[in-house]
Design a protein around this ligand. Structure first.
Ligand code: SAH
Ligand code: SF4
Length: 382
């Protein structure tokens, strides 16, 4: 079987090269060709010995994902739908800003968590992406964008794991992918500029803190267990108090000194003044132990099956004011790419026809994608 070299972090590639009788520095060269120069053909890798190139050709390839569609917005936002086989597809979105370029990528086809307000959750779980399929979204986007924007330097400065899927339920494939992003011979991204977003898989938050601490966003969406149990079913397993403790433990290792709490604003469900006040006391209670956090309010992007409604802008503002006045940095996510439906919750994600009639990609459903970077001017780093 051919090995897909996108599946390896640098250590993995070194082991692979060793098996071929090659030294580690050859793996470094190969890794740089693939990730820094975007090469996929061994013949292009001119400083690799011809003998190595011939060896590689018989046992390895750089297997990217097929692009099903690409949409470019007038504001520069670009979204791609990638075929991952078997009738599944996943999406990635590039969000350009003056001082950064953010890529939002997927970790799974579908999602098993089943949050009520999330279209991906409503689709159900199809499968975990492999490391190479996670990395391929970045590999493709970065090298496409350099050509498209006529740039020699790096275009993508930030990655957010906020596409389809729960990244911490695909932990073993996620971590090597993060390492490729962070590696100086790979994409060389700062830990502070790679964000994992989770619905709260507590044990895996602890493992991530040890294995590969990057910036963390936690999808909170409710100030108490009764409400959160209903919106984010995983809360029944890992309730809010445990989640807050896990955030605290994570902060001891995190590259940033705060956790971002994401909060999807649902009309009449979780957007009342009492909910905001309850959040303030939740966070205060835990901030005695040092939980520093910022809130990112996401106006809900509706989809038909949800039965939920987006909070009004006034309601979102009023909610934000209560948090801000209590001293919590709060931002409201803006949408980008409206003309190509790339805004939160409007992405046409995967898809498999779950009726089982066909496994072709028969239907485009919306799923949520969240241009986090658009948002938070205050959190901007240098
Ligand atoms: N599974 C991870 C990451 C992917 S979802 C997580 O839940 O954190 C990324 C973000 O988009 C989450 O905060 C999620 O709650 C939010 N989201 C999902 N569906 C949405 C919708 N329809 N409108 C607005 N935000 C949504
Ligand atoms: Fe899964 Fe995140 Fe959607 Fe919840 S919000 S169903 S965890 S992708």
């Amino acid at each position: 079987m051919m090995a897909n070299l996108l599946d390896f972090d640098l250590d993995g590639l070194a082991v692979f090269c060793e098996r071929l009788g090659e030294k580690r520095y050859r793996a470094v060269q190969l890794f740089r060709w693939i990730h820094q120069k975007g090469a996929s053909s061994f013949d292009d890798m001119s400083d690799l010995a011809k003998s190595l190139r011939e060896k590689l050709k018989v046992c390895a390839h750089v297997k990217a994902l097929d692009v099903i569609s690409q949409h470019i917005s007038s504001d520069g936002t670009i979204k791609w739908l990638f075929d991952v086989g078997g009738g599944d597809a996943v999406e990635a979105v590039f969000i350009p800003e003056d001082d950064r370029g953010t890529l939002c990528i997927s970790s799974q086809a579908g999602c098993a968590v089943g949050c009520r307000f999330c279209s991906t959750g409503h689709q159900g779980f199809s499968r975990n992406l492999r490391t190479g399929e996670i990395v391929a979204q970045l590999w493709f986007a970065e090298h496409f964008l350099r050509k498209h924007l006529h740039r020699d330097d790096r275009v993508i400065s930030n990655v957010v794991m906020m596409g389809m899927g729960e990244p911490l339920q695909n932990y073993s494939e996620l971590v090597p992918a993060l390492r490729v992003m962070l590696d100086d011979h790979g994409y060389g991204l700062s830990r502070r500029r790679v964000t994992v977003s989770t619905s709260g898989v507590v044990p895996m938050m602890d493992r991530l803190a040890q294995d590969c601490p990057v910036a963390l966003a936690v999808s909170l969406h409710a100030p108490n267990d009764t409400l959160r149990d209903n919106l984010v079913p995983l809360n029944r397993k890992y309730p809010i108090a445990e989640l807050m403790d896990a955030c605290n433990r994570y902060l001891a290792h995190a590259p940033r000194d705060f956790i971002t709490f994401e909060y999807c604003m649902l009309d009449g469900v979780n957007d009342q003044a009492e909910h905001a006040r309850e959040l303030v006391s939740l966070v205060r209670q835990h901030s005695s132990g040092g939980v520093w956090c910022k809130f990112n309010l996401i106006p809900f992007n509706p989809f038909p099956e949800s039965g939920l409604i987006r909070s009004s802008p006034e309601q979102v503002q009023a909610f934000a004011r209560i948090l801000s006045e209590a001293g919590i940095v709060t931002t409201i996510r803006k949408t980008r790419g409206d003309d190509i439906d790339a805004a939160c919750g409007q992405l046409a994600g995967d898809v498999k026809d779950r009726t089982g009639v066909s496994d072709r990609i028969v239907r485009q459903r919306t799923f949520m994608l969240k241009p986090v970077a658009t948002i938070n001017k205050e959190v901007k780093e240098t």
